[in-house]
Design a protein around this ligand. Structure first.
Ligand code: NAD
Length: 497
């Protein structure tokens, strides 16, 4: 039995018949579990029309009403987070504890958005001129689009929609077709929370529906997260069509280890950040830059820990689950083959892992390369799998240059006990999110998330105050209420006085 997964438009599942569908699998077993409808341009237009109508009313709902719906949604999400985590594991493959972690990090953004009355407060200056006051306000954009990747099917859309909805917009989410069900579950929670029908819509699809979003004049902004080539395409096409766009792209995150670092902390961090979620995280550590003479002892500690990791079905208490699809597993495998061919030293080879799972899941075990050089494809490109590369360097300066020369700039970390070195690194490194003895420095919801260079197109990061600004337009009002001292006609440019 497979499940049909369809769009959620106007507060209910779509009742039409899709022209095209895409198969959905359980990556731990390789079994097909569902078919997701892929929206045509016409279906996208139907959803946009619904959202536009619903959004107009929602924008006029009081701040108290909007905040109360957000609070109710937060409570429902918190109560059902285990159910949502199970849905994520069944389609993405990440282990249950990791899926739960993703929901909790998304929930933080909902909690931030519960403060929307405060976040939207404008400013007021009395008597800027005689009898004249000026005040500013922020108003919603209208219909906003969110296009998300497979690797965080719940959290990444939640980086955006709580703030967008709190600010009075209507939303269309286009999830990844690889793990579409999480957003349908979330749509039901919104309905139960009392959000009016049509304010939150889920339209499933692939390139056709994405292009329909990019072309539609009533979609005012696009928040995209995914690989860099698609992010660049989304940014260029969306902005050309007059939309506000934030497009977060791929990553290659380096961890710089100085000789004075605590090597047990380093090894734990490298394992957690390198192999958590099978390396399918945009903040995964994929390169460990060891400032000599620290490489050998660090590798020994990492190898020791790798020997204890278990790989298998995410519902069975293993440390690491499968990759998302058979194609993606093959791509990661081909990178490992390329690394061996290009001359890197494969210290631990995950290709022959024996997973704890039934069926033919898409597994690759944790893999470690040493002696990786910057010309190799495993160094240059994003692998997005459980493959950690060690690059040996002679100095802090050489390590810093390596990181700054890399085209990606999402996250990075330095491990050291030298506060001066850490302070210098945070100042000099050309990367958007920096950890000091913290390997996955994902900012809290009230800060903003985003990389530099090829990891972000557009100038606005996700959530925090940048999110509030992204989903609103500023307006400034200059107002005078006439009193008996009205000054008569004056054609000069208004100045204060
Ligand atoms: P992807 O780029 O393949 O897909 C992302 C979205 O774009 C999906 O919704 C997909 O349906 C759509 N899409 C795919 N091909 C398209 C095309 N040709 N035209 C228009 N739309 C298209 O990414 P993915 O494989 O789902 O996710 C993994 C990538 O996302 C990695 O590169 C990872 O680094 C990145 N990512 C980045 C961040 C970040 O914050 N920077 C966060 C999570 C994931």
């Amino acid at each position: 039995m497979t499940t049909r997964i369809t769009h959620w438009i106007d507060g209910k599942p779509w009742s039409g018949k899709a022209e095209r569908t895409s198969d959905v699998f359980n990556p731990a077993t390789g079994q097909k579990t569902g078919e997701v409808d892929l929206a045509s341009t016409a279906v996208m237009a139907e959803a946009v029309a619904v959202a536009k109508r619903a959004g107009k009313e929602w924008a006029n709902a009081s701040l108290t009403k909007r905040a109360s719906v957000l609070f109710a949604f937060r409570e429902l999400l918190n109560a059902r987070k285990e159910d949502l985590a199970a849905i994520i594991t069944a389609e993405h493959g990440k282990v249950l504890s990791d899926a739960l972690g993703e929901v909790i990090r998304g929930q933080e953004v909902v909690e931030f958005a519960c403060g929307i009355p405060h976040l939207l407060k404008g400013q007021y200056s009395e008597s800027v001129s005689t009898g004249v006051d000026v005040y500013s306000m922020r108003q919603p954009l209208g219909v906003v689009g969110i296009i998300s990747p497979f690797n965080f099917p719940a959290m990444v859309p939640m980086w955006f929609f709580p703030i967008a909805i709190g600010a009075g917009n209507a939303v269309i989410v286009k999830p990844s077709e690889k793990d579409p069900s999480a957003q349908n579950f979330i749509a039901q929670l919104w309905k139960e929370a009392g959000l009016p029908d049509g304010v939150f819509n889920v339209v499933h699809g692939d390139k056709e529906s994405v292009d329909a979003m990019l072309e539609h004049p009533d979609i005012k902004s696009i928040s995209f997260v995914g690989s860099t080539p698609i992010a660049k395409y989304i940014y260029e096409t969306g902005t050309k069509n007059g939309k506000r766009v934030q497009a977060l792209g791929g990553a290659k995150n380096h961890m710089l280890v100085l000789p004075d670092a605590d090597l047990d902390l380093v090894a734990d961090a490298a394992i957690n950040a390198g192999f958590g979620s099978a390396g399918e995280r945009c903040m995964a550590i994929s390169v460990l830059v060891a400032v000599e003479p620290v490489a050998d002892p660090t590798i020994a500690k990492i190898v020791d820990r790798m020997g204890k990791l278990t790989t298998g079905d995410g519902t069975r208490g293993c440390d690491m689950g499968p990759l998302v699809t058979a194609q993606h597993r093959d791509k990661v495998k081909s990178y490992i083959e390329a690394g061996v061919k290009e001359g890197a030293n494969i210290v631990v080879d995950g290709r022959n892992v024996e997973p704890n799972s039934d069926g033919e899941g898409y597994f690759i075990g944790p893999t470690l390369f040493d002696e990786v050089q910057k010309e190799m494809s495993i160094y240059k490109e994003e692998i997005f799998g459980p493959v950690l590369s060690v690059v040996r360097v002679k100095s802090y300066a050489e390590g810093l240059k390596l990181i700054n020369d890399h085209p990606y700039g999402n996250g990075t970390a330095i491990f050291t006990n030298d506060g001066g070195a850490a302070r210098r690194f945070q100042n000099e490194v050309e990367v958007g999110m920096v950890g000091v003895n913290v390997p996955i420095p994902v900012p809290m919801a009230y800060f903003s998330f985003g990389g530099w260079k090829a990891s972000l197109f557009g100038d606005t990061h996700a959530h925090g105050m940048e999110g509030v600004h992204f989903f609103t337009r500023g307006k400034v009002v200059t107002s005078r209420w006439l009193d008996p001292s009205h000054g008569g006609i004056n054609l000069g440019f208004p100045t204060n006085g």
